[in-house]
Structures are given as structure tokens and as C-alpha cells.
Design a protein around this ligand. Structure first.
Ligand SMILES: NC(=O)c1ccc[n+]([C@@H]2O[C@H](COP(=O)([O-])OP(=O)(O)OC[C@H]3O[C@@H](n4cnc5c(N)ncnc54)[C@H](O)[C@@H]3O)[C@@H](O)[C@H]2O)c1
Ligand SMILES: N[C@H](C(=O)O)[C@H](O)COP(=O)(O)O
Length: 328
């Protein structure tokens, strides 16, 4: 494989800050060929609004990968269905968003791309357009034919993985069973070894219920499901521990003992992670047959075309994708 990696980047919701962030990223040179899967007209219009200068180059995937200079951006054109006003969602463009994700998926599966980095999409408007869509994580897992993947958000000092992803809270407890939880622990363990240089990652597993179920008096998921899985992995030599009460496992002194905290559901783990490092965290999907990283924030419609969007998380997501691609 070529020394210069090819990284696809999807700007996501066209009315949000994704296009702004991709244009900001392109003001600098990166150690890979970055290819935006986007409408060049949208990018040119947004660059004008932001006062950024950009030279777009239509990518030729049959040519060897080349690193763009500062102010240049390789683009694989996709076309908006209707013109975009920054900050205003239009469900007619949801198909465009999904087309960019589909190209990224296919390009990663065929190894044309070494990784994909995604900027935020708006899940609601895609559903309003009639497509069942809960997130990139599930979209890429389904598209790759993978039954189980793990969403993990990471900063330099904290990694939080989720046992369940975008599920209504009412469905969370039913989604946690021994088989699923075992798969999650296997994926985290394997990914930490392969991509993060951790030989036997220390995984702190949260309980589901308050105080990890208080010995079965506040819910039985810990006793019946979570603890038996943890015990089996401890017996097998994994550095897994728990079930820890989620309200205390995130205390700073406790976190020193672990590499990854495994939360049982989205809003058990992510508020802590985002409080700790919003704007500099990376969302990485573990267990896919390709590398996918993303930002830690949403579409921020209020900031589109304002020049106020912080690009740090996209930079961090790109850096992680390049590092993972180079060690793959
Ligand atoms: N990776 C993704 O695709 C992703 C991630 C999270 C949320 N979302 C989606 O985004 C949409 C909006 O979600 P939300 O409003 O809950 O969260 P949001 O992250 O878009 O916004 C929350 C707050 O953070 C601010 N903010 C977000 N990103 C910022 C940045 N880069 N710089 C400065 N400020 C920033 C926003 O202005 C807002 O005040 C939803 O549809 C959600 O599903 C997508
Ligand atoms: N759960 C993510 C977050 O809160 O940051 C976000 O919704 C993105 O999920 P996908 O990467 O699956 O789109």
C-alpha cells in the first residue's frame, strides 16, 4: 500500500458547521491526502461566506495519492439536491448526505480510502426525509455487514466506550445481555491492542442501575448479566473490572487505574466525556473492517457560516485516523 494514505472526509449536514470545518482544515497541510466527498458549489459558497480562500482539485483515484498544499482541497464531487442556506435544514438534501456516506463506506471497503473521517450529520432531518438512520456508527456497521461495533469517544486522558449506542432509554436494559456485552469487551480489548498499543487494556465496566444495582436491590442486570460476564473475562486473564457504580467510577483518582471506561448507555458515559473534553475528543468506531473517526459534537446550526465553529475535534479526528491508518 502507498506511503501516503488517502483519507475520505464527509462534511455531513450541509446547513451545519461541517463544511466550515472541512474548509478550515484545508487551510493547512496534512500528512495524508484528504478527499472531501462534497458538493464543490457548497464548499465554494461557504468559503466565500467565511472569507476563506480555497482551491478545489477534483481527485483522480487512479493517480498516486498526493498531499494537498495549504489552501487546497481534493474533492470527489457529490451534488446537493437543493441549494443550502447556512443554518437551515432541508430534508431534500438528506439523500445527498447519505450519498456521501455511501461513497465513503464503499471506498473504505474497497480500500480506495484508508480511513473515513466524518463531520456531523443531523439525524432528525434524515429521518424526516424518510430514511431510518440512527447514526454513522450504525450506518457503517450495517453497510459493512458487521453485527457488532463499539462507539468510543476519546481524549488524551479519557476513553469512554458504550455498550449500547443510539437507543431510546426505554430499550436500553433489554439490549444488554451476556452475549452482546461479551462482544463489546472483545472488540474493545482487540482494538486497544491493535490501534492504541495497550497489550492488556484495563477496562472498567459500569453497572446499569444506580449504585450498580445495590446487590440486586436496585435492579438485577448487574447480578444476572454484567457481573457474570466480567467474572468470565477476569478468569480468562483480561484486565476487566466492575461492575462499578457509574456515579463514582469517573472520579479522577479512580480513572488513573483504567484505560477505558465501558458505560452501558449513551448518556451514562458521554456527558462525562464531553464535560471533560468537549471540542477535543474523537469519536471512533471500534470493530469495523476499516478506520472511521469523527468529531465529538453535532451540527451546531447556530454557528454555520459564522466563523465561530471550533475545528479542534475535527483536527483530532483526522490526526487519529492518519495515525491509525499508518499503524494498520
Ligand atoms: N458525529 C455526528 O454526526 C454528531 C454528533 C453529535 C450530534 N450530532 C447531531 O447534531 C445535531 C445537533 O445536536 P446538538 O444540538 O445536541 O449538539 P451540537 O454539538 O450540535 O451543539 C451543542 C452546542 O455546542 C455548540 N457547538 C457544537 N459544536 C461546536 C464547535 N465545533 N465549536 C463551537 N461550538 C460548538 C453548539 O453551538 C451548541 O451550542 C443532532 O441532530 C445530533 O444528532 C451529530
Ligand atoms: N453519539 C455521538 C455523540 O454524541 O457525539 C453522535 O451522536 C455521533 O454518533 P455517530 O458517530 O454514530 O453519528
Amino acid at each position: 500500500m502507498s506511503e501516503i494514505k488517502r483519507i475520505a472526509i464527509t462534511p455531513g449536514e450541509p446547513a451545519g458547521i461541517g463544511p466550515d470545518l472541512v474548509l478550515t482544515l484545508a487551510q493547512h497541510k496534512h500528512q495524508a491526502q484528504i478527499i472531501a466527498l462534497a458538493d464543490p458549489v457548497l464548499l465554494a459558497e461557504r468559503a466565500d461566506l467565511l472569507g476563506l480562500s480555497i482551491k478545489m482539485i477534483e481527485v483522480d483515484l487512479s493517480a498516486p495519492p498526493k498531499i494537498a498544499e495549504s489552501g487546497e482541497l481534493y474533492v470527489m464531487p457529490h451534488h446537493l439536491k437543493v441549494p443550502v442556506t447556512a443554518g437551515q435544514l432541508d430534508k431534500l438534501n438528506s439523500r445527498y448526505v447519505l450519498e456521501t456516506l455511501q461513497t465513503a463506506l464503499e471506498g473504505c471497503l474497497s480500500h480506495e480510502f484508508d480511513a473515513v473521517v466524518t463531520a456531523p450529520v443531523h439525524k432528525g432531518i434524515i429521518n424526516d426525509a424518510g430514511a431510518a438512520f440512527t447514526g454513522h456508527t450504525e450506518f457503517f456497521a450495517d453497510g459493512a455487514g458487521v453485527k457488532k461495533v463499539v462507539m468510543m469517544l476519546a481524549t488524551e486522558s479519557l476513553k469512554v466506550a458504550l455498550a449500547t449506542t443510539h437507543l431510546p432509554l426505554r430499550e436500553v436494559a433489554d439490549a444488554i445481555n451476556r452475549d452482546e456485552l461479551s462482544q463489546v469487551i472483545e472488540i474493545i480489548n482487540q482494538s486497544m491492542r491493535q490501534h492504541f498499543g495497550l497489550v492488556n487494556p484495563r477496562i472498567a465496566v459500569c453497572g446499569l442501575n444506580p449504585h450498580a444495582g445495590e446487590d440486586g436491590h436496585l435492579g438485577r442486570e448487574e447480578v444476572d448479566i454484567i457481573q457474570p460476564v466480567i467474572d468470565a473475562y477476569i478468569k480468562a486473564g483480561y484486565a476487566v473490572s466492575g461492575a462499578w457504580p457509574a456515579d463514582t467510577i469517573f472520579n479522577q483518582d479512580k480513572l488513573l487505574n483504567y484505560d477505558v471506561v465501558l458505560a452501558m448507555f449513551h448518556d451514562q458515559g458521554l456527558p462525562v466525556l464531553k464535560h471533560h473534553g468537549f471540542g477535543k475528543a474523537v469519536n471512533v468506531t471500534l470493530g469495523l473492517p476499516f478506520i472511521r473517526t469523527s468529531v465529538d459534537h453535532g451540527t451546531a446550526l447556530d454557528l454555520a457560516a459564522s466563523g465561530q465553529a471550533n475545528p479542534s475535534s475535527l483536527y483530532a479526528a483526522l490526526s487519529m485516523a492518519i495515525a491509525m491508518a499508518n499503524t494498520h
